[in-house]
Write a protein of this length. Sequence first.
Length: 364
Amino acid sequence: MIFLIGCSVIIVITIISIARSKKSLKTILAEAKNEILYNFIGSRAIVQDVIMRGKNKTELPIKCGKVAVITGGTRGIGLEVIRMLLKCDIHVVVGCRNTQQGEMLLDSFRKDGIEKGSIDVIKLDISVMDSVKNFAMNVREKYPEVHYLINNAGIMFGPHIETRDGYESQFATNYLGHFFLTHLLLPQLKAGGKAKEMSRIVNVSSCAHMVGRINFDDINSRHNYIAGEAYAQSKLAQVLFSNYLDSQLRQEGVFVQAHSVHPGVVNTELFNGTHVKNLTPWVPSLLFKSPEKGAIPIVHACLSPRLEGKGGTYIHNCKIFAASNAAMSADLQEKLFEFTKTLLGIDKFGAIDNNNDSQMAAAV
Ligand SMILES: NC(=O)c1ccc[n+]([C@@H]2O[C@H](COP(=O)([O-])OP(=O)(O)OC[C@H]3O[C@@H](n4cnc5c(N)ncnc54)[C@H](OP(=O)(O)O)[C@@H]3O)[C@@H](O)[C@H]2O)c1
């Protein structure tokens, strides 16, 4: 009851603050609708996190000799994913913008008593395609095999900003950069996969994908930018990509599987600047999952033997969960996949000769 009253208060205050801004009526209505939708799916996801908390568990098997690549990870959920992977004795390649911060990670984990695993830090701005290419080249040179690719880095809401390549920032960061990175590292993932221990691609999506829609006519939201719509679009794109890629890899008969994950509603800096954190700062610390708990389903998607051969699934609290109808549409999956390949100038996804990096140079 208190929870419902809290949500209603947030919705009312938010709608008033949107209405007091100097935006067009169309934008105000769209933002208000969006706010209500987010409050609904957010509240539902919090309740699911509480109900399913007993299921949100995974084993941490020793995986000595395995290589994981993660985007982001100097803070938030990614940081806790790295901690858990180290406990499994995995070598973790961290792609981050602030490499100085990245270099300090291993020391701090060692101080926390984690003696296993190792870290390599390589510069990456996932929203900039040249940076993705340089990062992938580095990884390819150092690691002939990659066993886990965790597409974790993400941003949420914020003003309409276009990246250096001219893409809306949430679309570029959450989806496009990860699509490109996956394309560039697919040969290494294929090399790392074995019949009974497939390599895994894990796209950290969100329950926000449930309200997403792919606006092919205005993919960069130039005409009517609603931050929540652009976030939901990027998160739906990640689930569509995971599902389609998995079906293609299955057809090809290679030992790589792809998953998408909703980590839960997690108390991280992702919510900085949002209405929920500005208006009711007690809500995230009281009702949201901790970053440690948010990391568990991601690590589960990477390592659990229970998911072996079960790619193309959406994981929520370590359970296979139903993704939205849109995410399951084979037509939409294929349409977005082809659309994205065209955007990035990719001819055949993942087809890059290991010995010929000039093909990579031509890929953007
Ligand atoms: N928190 C939640 O409730 C929630 C719910 C559903 C899904 N998710 C998803 O979970 C993932 C992790 O989110 P979080 O909650 O851990 O957020 P966070 O605490 O804000 O961390 C975001 C991470 O992404 C990195 N990042 C952002 N933009 C980047 C860029 N252009 N290049 C490289 N790295 C970049 C950040 O690095 P810098 O330090 O360089 O900024 C940071 O490491 C995101 O994909 C998010 O959408 C989160």
